[in-house]
Write a protein of this length. Structure first.
Length: 185
């Protein structure tokens, strides 16, 4: 991925084509130290630098290839930076945070990122709904639901555990109550 960057000589040739034609201009470009030749060299080098930077910025616009802007991606999508993790783990968390469908695979991916094995995920109860509804009469409030989620996982290091739990809780819907059970299945 990225933007193609040609050699400065290729850009010099393109810039020269923008000048008028004729013997005067041919003479100017025949001399390597003429103002026209030096102008074309300087502008070609500027275009090369610009296109390289454009390529870098395009790579930064995708999580998988981002390096410079990884902190900003985390700040926007996760609400915090994870400087204690390596770049691959950080990108994995960002990728999971952008997943539209939250599933057991998403939970396992978050666990893998933190080096935790998820052994089981249980949703033991069906969501309970609260609210009064009458036929033909609008209820005062829309129905509210909550659900309980049990996540069984291997024992993580104490400093990782809090970050893992915070990351997982931030990804589930707000109506979920999440319980973590370590060392069991």
């Amino acid at each position: 991925m990225g933007i193609d960057v040609c050699t400065p000589e290729a850009y010099q040739g393109s810039i020269r084509k923008l000048f008028p034609r004729g013997p005067y201009w041919d003479k100017q470009f025949a001399e390597a130290e003429s103002d026209c030749s030096l102008f074309c060299k300087a502008k070609a080098n500027l275009i090369v630098r610009l296109r390289k930077r454009m390529s870098d910025l395009q790579n930064e616009s995708v999580i998988q290839t981002a390096e410079e802007t990884l902190d900003n991606w985390e700040r926007v999508l996760l609400g915090k930076t994870n400087l204690e993790l390596d770049a691959a783990q950080r990108k994995s968390l960002l990728h999971v945070s952008k997943a539209e469908n939250f599933s057991i695979n998403t939970i396992k991916e978050i666990g893998r990122t933190y080096g935790i094995t998820i052994t089981n995920v249980v949703l033991p109860f069906r969501p309970a709904f609260f609210g009064h509804s009458f036929f033909g009469i609008d209820p005062i409030a829309s129905p509210a639901a909550f659900a309980v989620l049990f996540v069984y996982a291997s024992h993580p290091d104490e400093e990782i555990r809090e970050d893992f739990e915070e990351q997982l809780i931030s990804r589930v819907l707000s109506n979920y109550v999440v319980y973590f059970i370590y060392g069991g299945s």
